[in-house]
Structure formats: structure tokens, C-alpha cells
Design a binder for this molecule. Structure first.
Ligand code: SF4
Length: 241
């Protein structure tokens, strides 16, 4: 358990308002132009670097540090990623990490660029929606990213409450919220029927293995046994990022 979690206790995870950052640059870790494993339909996915929530058991602790990754001008990055997304024929982008609302202004700008191209935006956050909404009254950066998000998965990952029913969510305390009509029917269907997770594995020409998506721990270990070194690890039911 991290020092922060030890001090706050898991019930207080995600309750500390993030520090506002300038939106001119974004610190990010990974971008996929097209994936079917990170939200509804075929989507681009952008993993940001940096998370101040620190959920014990998080499967992406390498994305907590606010160092590393790539720091890049937000406008230039958004133009390039939108072009890649349009070329790939996706319906939207998923913002995850890391914690998107720790870089809310920069990601608000990226999300707006995708919206302007007619694409949808899904955002994962370790902060609960009611707190984000409250903070947004005095935080234009948080309000900006919320306003540009169609589908939000919110709340910290609690490893003792795994969610085996709803796709993409790590634990049962988390919510899946349609903030616009774009995915209202999808959310209603998921809350009624649940859904299946997906896992994607990419093997590069040099043998490097990239994995993204969701699986339970047992299935993941069985699948990846002896595959060799991986550059990234997937989102599993044992975590949410
Ligand atoms: S699960 Fe998400 S919010 Fe929680 S520590 Fe990991 S990256 Fe941060």
C-alpha cells in the first residue's frame, strides 16, 4: 500500500482535488490509433502519464509518476492524433492513464479537437463524478474536460470489490455515466445486461509484445504465460486506469 493510501485510507481515495496544470503541454505515455478493447466500438486510446490518486493494486503504477513519458505541445499532439484517428476510421477516443483529470486543461483541449472532428470522447477517472462536478464550479479546466466527455467511468479502483459484470470497469464502486446522449443507450444496456471485456495483444516485428484491454487475473496469466517481455500491461479486472 502506498504512503498516500496508508494516510488517507481507501475510502478517501480520489477525494483530494487535483492541482491545476497549464494546458499548453500534455505528458503522455502511449497512443493507439485504433483498438476495440478500450470502450464502445473501435476507438483511439491515449494513456496519460501521471496519477495522484494511487489506488492500491492499480495495474499501471508505472503511469503514476509525473515524470517520464513524452511532454508535447497539446495543439500539435491533438492535430496529429485526430488525423490518425480519422484515418483509422474510429468512432472516438478513450482517455485513460494515469489520471486524465490531473491534466484536465490539456486533455480538455484534446477532447474538444476530437469532438470537432465528429468523434466521441470516453474518459476514465479515479475521481468520483460528484466531486469532479463540485470542483468544476471553480475549476474551468475540470469543467472543460467534463464538458467534452461523452462517457465517463469514475471512481477509484478498489481491489477488494472487483466488477465481473460490467465491461471496462475495475470495481463495483465505479460508475459508468453517459454525460451526453451519445452512449445513453449503451450505458442503459450495460447496467441491465452487463457486457464482455476484450483483450488485445500486438507483437511487433522485433518481438516486443504490447497488451491492452481487460481480463481477470487468472485468464491473463494463463494467456500471457511464456510470451516474454511486455512493453505495457493490460487493464485487468484487478485494476482501473
Ligand atoms: S487505477 Fe487509475 S486512478 Fe487508480 S491509481 Fe491506477 S491510474 Fe490512478
Amino acid at each position: 500500500m502506498t504512503l498516500l493510501a496508508s494516510v488517507l485510507g481507501t475510502s478517501l481515495l480520489g477525494t483530494v482535488e487535483p492541482v491545476a496544470k497549464p494546458g499548453t503541454d500534455l505528458r503522455w505515455s502511449r497512443f493507439l490509433a485504433a483498438t476495440a478493447a478500450e470502450g464502445p466500438g473501435l476507438r483511439s486510446a491515449l494513456w496519460v502519464q501521471g496519477c495522484s490518486v494511487h489506488c492500491p493494486g492499480c495495474f499501471n503504477p508505472q503511469l503514476w509518476a509525473e515524470v517520464g513519458g513524452t511532454v508535447e505541445n497539446t495543439t500539435q499532439l491533438a492535430e496529429r492524433f485526430v488525423a490518425d484517428a480519422v484515418s483509422a476510421g474510429v468512432e472516438g477516443i478513450t482517455l485513460l492513464g494515469g489520471e486524465p483529470f490531473d491534466q484536465a486543461d490539456a486533455l480538455g483541449s484534446v477532447a474538444e479537437a476530437f469532438r470537432a472532428a465528429g468523434l466521441t470522447v470516453m474518459t476514465f477517472s479515479g475521481y468520483p463524478l460528484d466531486l469532479l462536478t463540485g470542483w468544476s464550479t471553480t475549476r474551468p479546466d475540470i469543467a472543460r474536460l467534463l464538458a467534452a466527455t461523452d462517457l465517463l467511468v469514475d471512481g477509484p479502483y478498489l481491489r477488494d470489490r472487483p466488477d465481473a459484470v460490467r465491461p471496462w470497469l475495475g470495481s463495483t464502486n465505479q460508475g459508468i455515466r453517459a454525460l451526453t446522449p451519445a452512449y445513453a443507450d449503451e450505458v442503459a444496456r450495460i447496467e441491465l445486461e452487463g457486457g464482455l471485456d476484450r483483450l488485445e495483444i500486438r507483437i511487433r516485428p522485433d518481438g516486443q509484445i504490447d497488451v491492452n484491454g481487460w481480463a481477470d487475473d487468472a485468464a491473463l496469466e494463463e494467456l500471457l504465460h511464456d510470451l516474454g517481455p511486455r512493453q505495457d500491461r493490460p487493464r485487468t479486472k484487478a485494476r482501473l486506469a
